[in-house]
Each structure stands twice: as C-alpha cells, then as structure tokens.
Design a protein around this ligand. Structure first.
Ligand SMILES: O=C(O)c1ccccc1N[C@@H]1O[C@H](COP(=O)(O)O)[C@@H](O)[C@H]1O
Length: 325
C-alpha cells in the first residue's frame, strides 16, 4: 500500500511520516502556495529519508527546465503535476517519473505511462473529492486517491477503493496549518490497521460456549476482537481481546521490536476503548505480570484490582487490571 504525506514544510513532519511508514513524502515546489518550499529546504528536510521512500515534488504548470532543474537540486524521485500538463509535456520530461493529478476525470484516458492522482478541484484545500463520475473499473493506470482525506475517514476510504495504488493526504494531517506528527501517525496506522475477519479457533470456541450457556438458560454474547497493524506484509502490532457481554478482556497486546516507543500500543488501546464506548461496554480488563510494565496500563487509567503473589513463578506477581468505561 502506498501512502503519501504531502505538503511538508518542516523536517519534523518528514521524519514523522517516514517513521510511521509513509512510502512517499511530498513538497510543493511551485511558488505562491501556502505550503511552497524551496529546493534547498527540500534537500535539507530529506537528508535522512531512506531510498525506499520516494521524494515527490508538486509542480503546477511550470516550464520544463524549472522542473528538471528542481528535480536535480532538491533530489526528487518523482514529480507530481497538478496543472494542465498534457502527454506532450510529460514526454518532454524524459525519464522523470510522473504522478499526474487530475480533478477533471474525463481526461483520464488521455494519459499513459504515469501514476494518476485523483483529487478535488483545488489541490491542498482539504475538500473531499467527488468521484461519483469516475468509472474505476475502466482505469488501466495505477491511481492515488486524494482530496480531503483525514485520519478519521481514511479507513472507510480504503475499504471503498480496494484497487487504489495509494492514498495521499495533506490538510487532513495538519493542525492550525502545520503538519501534526500525531495525525500523520494515526492516518497511516488507520490505513494499515485491519480487523481480520477470518473465522479462527477462538471464534469456534465462542460458539461452543454460546451453546453451553444456552443449555444453562444464559445468553451472554461472546466474540473475539482483533486489531492488527501490518504494512506491506510486515507485522507491526496487534491486539486480541474477548468481548463477553458488557466487558472486554484484553488478552494480548504486542508491538514488534522495531516499532516500539512510537505509540502503537497506545493507539491500539485507544482503538479498543473507542470500540468499548460505542458498544455499551462497562469494563476493560487484562492480566499482566509484575515483570512486564503494569505502569504502562496504569497510565491509561487501568487499576490493579487483584494480585496473586509468586504467580506464575517465585518473585513474579500476576496482576489483574480493570478500567471502567
Ligand atoms: O497543498 C497545496 O498547497 C497544493 C498546492 C498546489 C497543488 C497541489 C497542492 N496540494 C495537493 O493536493 C492533494 C490533496 O490535498 P488535501 O489532502 O486535500 O489537502 C495533495 O497531493 C497535496 O499535495
């Protein structure tokens, strides 16, 4: 999945985007826009960007020579053309990789050998694009979806456009006109977050419990809740919980080593809490050991309500924690 964080103006937002898993970082190279930056500043902002992350320069109806020179001086990998640039213009750029932004979707068939970026009429406005006229099945080129994406709407958008090459955001990851590292992280993680829907062993067991309860005259709905953060096949973090009636027991929360200390665990705890709030859940519970980090959960409002000393081994305590919703 390709994820492009565009309109960067500071090194801190570029670093946040790369750290969270962006595949593209974008810069407005044409002058006169609120987010315009110079080639020199792009070179400085991207000095730590790994080669695997593409540096994209956004240009609007610029002379060919300006684009070519800026690609060299800023060290860009790709140009994003946001004006009326046609195929003759694109051919004149030679072997420079091109993303062609379009908001007049009737022009899609005019392009080849580019990646499309389907956007709202005024790039960078944060306004949602209207794709109702687009026949997505007829598009033969890879395409980014852009225009008014936010951390809150991106999960739905990803579901709606499963064949998209990628997703692009600028305004939606800003606060008061500046890129916001937390929003960048949440945007990317909300794309990579999936709730595996495949029936698994625990779901099978839940059914057996349902039958058992029914025999006792009880009807307590039980289900497994799973959130997994995975990007390009690389597992980053996951949470597995069991919902039983009005309570949820978090059974596993795990963040893979290279992705620790970035807030992924906090993000998953927030996800389960939001789920709990919207599903009439009264308690979140979990077990942890004293040698792990009970403080970690206490920081998020969990309280220890029971301790078993020397369990499961001498010198280690088993702690039972709860948080009221
Ligand atoms: O961001 C700008 O100021 C800008 C200026 C000129 C051309 C394009 C611009 N922005 C691009 O628009 C899309 C979507 O932005 P948003 O998420 O709706 O704010 C993105 O590619 C921006 O780089």
């Amino acid at each position: 999945m390709n994820l492009k964080i565009c309109g960067n103006m500071e090194k801190s937002s570029v670093d946040a985007a790369v750290k969270a898993g962006a595949t593209h970082v974008g810069f407005i190279m044409s002058a006169g826009f609120r987010r315009s930056v110079s080639a020199d500043s792009v070179a400085k902002m991207t000095m730590d960007v790994p080669k695997t992350v593409k540096k994209v320069g956004v240009f609007v109806n610029e002379p060919i020579d300006f684009v070519k020179n800026t690609v060299k001086s800023a060290g860009l990998d790709v140009v994003q053309l946001h004006g009326a640039e046609d195929m003759a213009y694109i051919r004149a750029l030679g072997d420079i990789s091109v993303i062609k932004a379009l908001s007049d979707f009737s022009k899609i068939p005019e392009y080849d050998n580019v990646i499309l970026l389907l956007d709202a009429p005024r790039g960078g406005s944060g306004k949602l694009a209207d794709f109702s006229a687009v026949k997505f099945d007829d598009i033969s080129l890879p395409y980014f979806i852009a225009g008014g994406l936010t951390p809150d709407n991106i999960a739905e958008v990803v579901k709606k456009y499963p064949n998209a090459y990628g997703f692009d955001v600028s305004s939606g990851v800003e606060t008061d006109g500046k890129k916001d590292g937390e929003k960048i992280k949440t945007f990317i993680w909300n794309v990579t977050l999936s709730q595996p829907e495949d029936a698994d062993f625990s779901a099978g067991l839940s059914e057996k419990f349902d039958d058992f309860d029914a025999d006792l005259g009880l009807k307590i709905p039980i289900q497994t809740i799973q959130f997994k953060i995975e990007n390009n096949g690389i597992f980053q973090a996951g949470l597995v919980a069991r919902q039983m009636g009005t309570s949820i027991d978090i059974q596993q929360l795990f963040v893979a080593e290279p992705f620790r200390k970035a807030g992924l665990g906090h993000f998953l705890l927030k996800k389960i809490e939001t789920y709990a709030k919207t599903n009439d859940i009264h308690y979140l519970t979990l077990n942890t050991l004293s040698i792990y980090a009970p403080n970690y959960y206490q920081r998020y409002g969990f309280h220890v309500y029971h301790t078993l000393n020397d369990c499961p081994l001498k010198g280690i305590d088993l702690l039972r924690l709860q948080k009221e919703i």
